[in-house]
Write a new protein. Structure first.
Length: 262
């Protein structure tokens, strides 16, 4: 069984370490003393019922919550031995290193080529030949090149939802991130497109650290190496996906996984 094989894999280094993370939306506390370590070149799933803080935690890893008025975050989040909660940190560089894919595909209303070239251009790349090379490379990495190579000047909005989501992932990969944050990336996709995204993520983990928030527990069991279960802003349990889904330590985890609530 794939899950059992993953459990036997040797552990890699820690990519993200969160200690005592609390987050408040005004007076409401959305995250409560979260502590976890996310290993590099693995897929880590965060599961839990709606409103439990999954997406809020995910957005902490590239400081996207900073864009929301009234948000206050305390605690420590270290990525590659760098404290990202430091007020002096360059958020543009952070978000280049830690990219995010959202629930619904959000391609820019540009051509397919311009969607991919946008990031490199922002970061100073102007050579047209190099931009073409980078576009092809990133589209190949998500299995989209053969489908769109003759349509690069067409609007990205003409693609199917599954193709749009792969395009959005390619748009991240072209700027060479280290961490991919996925906020329910398959929630708007049909089963066939979902399978394609899951296969893509499995192939990408050899080069990237992937953290995925999902409501789909079967998806978490299929693709992730480690899983965290959240409830009411707390990280209740975190560990290998095999253990979380077969012998959880907390009865609340077991109740959620077995469908007794959520």
């Amino acid at each position: 069984m794939i899950m059992e094989e993953r459990e036997k894999e040797s552990s890699s280094g820690v990519k993200i370490k969160a200690e005592g993370v609390n987050l408040y939306y005004g007076r409401f506390q959305a995250l409560k003393d979260v502590n976890l370590e996310i290993k590099e070149r693995m897929i880590t799933s965060i599961i839990g019922p709606s409103g439990c803080g999954k997406s809020t935690l995910l957005r902490c890893f590239n400081r996207m919550n900073d864009l929301i008025d009234g948000v206050r975050t305390t605690g420590s989040i270290v990525i590659n031995d760098q404290e990202i909660m430091d007020k002096k940190i360059d958020l543009i560089k952070l978000r280049k290193k830690v990219g995010m894919v959202f629930q619904r595909p959000n391609p820019f209303p540009f051509s397919i080529f311009e969607n991919i070239a946008y990031g490199p251009k922002v970061h100073g790349q102007t050579d047209k030949n190099r931009l073409s090379e980078m576009t092809e490379e990133s589209l190949r990495s998500v299995g989209l090149w053969d489908e769109v190579k003759d349509k690069l000047r067409n609007s990205a909005l003409d693609l199917s939802l599954g193709q749009q989501q792969r395009l959005c992932i390619a748009r991240l990969l072209v700027v060479k991130p280290e961490v991919l944050l996925m906020d329910e990336p398959c929630s708007a996709l049909d089963p066939i497109a979902t399978e394609g995204i899951e296969e893509l993520l499995h192939s990408l983990k050899k080069d990237y650290t992937i953290v995925i928030v999902t409501h789909n527990m079967q998806q978490a069991a299929r693709i992730s190496d480690e899983t965290g279960f959240m409830l009411l802003g707390e990280l209740i349990e975190f560990g290998s996906t095999v253990k979380i889904f077969t012998t959880p330590s907390d009865t609340r985890t077991e109740n959620y996984i077995t469908g007794r609530f959520g």
